[in-house]
Design a protein around this ligand. Structure first.
Ligand code: TRP
Ligand code: ZN
Length: 462
């Protein structure tokens, strides 16, 4: 090693000492590999809180290759010597923290970054990950497909409950919501649709760049990018911009979709209160065998042309799930029970069965969707593979109907609106809901909630 003047060496030594031994860096430890979700222990990561994702993506449908840069802005919630991100598949090419090279290592879906110097508690830092590869499809614990899904002429990223990590690295758990700027470049002729609003679109050298912005907090499972040769329908209704993208294969069957998005968004604003985001819309893709829709933020994804009930359900999630998000996956009924009950309310108010009749049909087992609703209590799914099972939908909607009949319509809708207002853009859990319902009704609802949310088996007929 060449000789260096002594004062330079001393300076370097002092710098080293000051970064490793002083003040807030003392006690810096590695961040945890999960946030402690009882059903999904590996999801999310400990020790930091993301405030913003800037995802710059480039995708070519013909080759299926994704190139991406994720720039993550986060706050350390304690001093960190290293921290984890969730990422499934893909190749990591370069990683930095605060602009300086950081060491990266991978183990399964855990990507660990070790910055050159520890990250002090309560300070903001930025991490960038440059990556590429063919993003993969994941099979969920319940057997359904999510992550990156391809069709003949495009692709879509869908992330409930785990799949967003197949197309970007992050803190993949609903308890850490953040703002997003998602920029996607695709070959000319394709459109890349994502959450929020399109702020700019331009074409250079045969490739079109789309810039999408989501300012309101979003959980990672609600982030999406859909790439295809979409037909685009835009309008503004009730002061809200609306963007509907339709796959050409579904165009005929989707003629009524834009109008329905407008009317159902308006009905839900009247029923649940202020719309939580700055735009509404939908993506009608063409994945006929997917078997589900997803409430991706501001633009629910439909795998084929949706009927009105399904639109009611996915748009209701914009309030229940997307704005007010469960703190852990075991509280999934806070999403699905409410979105299902929104369907019952919509049917009741549009010349169909009353919610009481739907309740009775579920209780008697005569509704097509009532199969399997008694297999476990909705607020306590027994395993990760069962968070989207019938009790979490149908029996949880029955619980809400029992609440409504017990406290009356006025108080019931006041509970819903207060819930949405108190936790707007946040996270919440079952206990907070039951406590609110008791406070606003002035009633002891312990038995009702135990019976309908927590007790095994079919409750006695009310
Ligand atoms: N949330 C979706 C809906 O209700 C359904 C769904 C899709 C889902 N993928 C999931 C639920 C994974 C749980 C887990 O329309
Ligand atoms: Zn749902």
């Amino acid at each position: 090693m060449p000789q260096r003047p002594a004062h330079l060496f001393l300076g370097a030594l002092l710098l080293l000492l000051s970064t490793s031994c002083t003040g807030h860096d003392a006690g810096a430890r590695p961040g945890a590999a999960g946030v402690g979700d009882p059903l999904f222990p590996k999801l999310g990561n400990g020790g930091y809180d993301v405030t913003h994702y800037r995802l710059t993506l480039d995708y070519t449908p013909g080759t299926h290759r994704l190139r991406g840069t994720a720039r993550i802005t986060a706050r350390a919630t304690r001093a960190l010597s290293s921290f984890h991100l969730d990422l499934a598949g893909l190749h990591v090419r370069d990683t930095t923290v605060n602009g300086r090279p950081a060491r990266a290592s991978r183990d399964g879906t855990e990507l660990t970054l070790t910055p050159a110097t520890a990250l002090p508690e309560d300070r903001t830092f930025t991490a960038t990950v440059v990556y590429d590869g063919e993003p993969k499809t994941l099979t969920d614990p319940d057997g359904s497909q999510e992550g990156w899904l391809r069709n003949a002429d495009g692709a879509v990223g869908l992330g409930e409950p785990t799949g967003s990590m197949t197309w970007f690295p992050g803190n993949n758990h609903p308890s850490d919501k953040a703002a997003y700027d998602i920029t996607v470049t695709v070959p000319r002729g394709y459109t890349a649709v994502s959450n929020g609003e399109l702020t700019r679109r331009d074409t250079h050298d045969g490739r079109t760049t789309h810039r999408w912005r989501t300012r309101e907090p979003m959980a990672s499972y609600l982030a999406t990018v859909a790439i295809g040769r979409f037909e685009i329908h835009t309008t503004t209704a009730g002061g809200l911009p609306q963007y509907v993208a339709v796959d050409p294969a579904e165009a005929g069957a989707s003629r009524k979709v834009p109008g329905r998005i407008t009317r159902i968004t308006a009905w839900e604003r009247r029923t649940f209160g202020p719309y939580p985001f700055s735009s509404t819309g939908a993506i009608v893709g063409h994945l006929p065998h997917l078997g589900y829709a997803l409430e991706t933020q501001t633009k629910p994804y439909f795998a084929a042309a949706p009927d009105q009930r399904l639109i009611v359900h996915e748009l209701a999630h914009q309030w229940f799930g997307n704005s007010v998000t469960p703190r852990s996956w075991k509280d999934m009924w806070l999403n699905e029970g409410f979105a299902t009950y929104a369907e019952w309310l919509w049917t009741e108010q549009h010349h169909g069965r009353t919610a009481q009749q739907t309740f009775d049909d579920f209780y008697d087992g005569t509704d097509d969707e009532s199969d399997g609703i008694w297999s476990f209590p909705p607020a306590a799914p027994p395993s990760s593979g069962r968070v989207s099972d019938p009790p979490v939908y149908g029996r949880a909607a029955m619980a809400l109907h029992q609440l409504r009949t017990t406290v009356g319509d006025r108080t019931f809708f006041r509970i819903l609106r207060t819930w949405l207002k108190d936790h707007r853009h946040g996270n919440a859990d079952t206990k907070q809901f039951t406590t609110l319902a008791e406070r606003l009704s002035g009633k002891d609802l312990g038995k009702l909630f135990t019976t309908w949310l927590y007790a095994k088996g079919k409750p006695p007929r009310p």
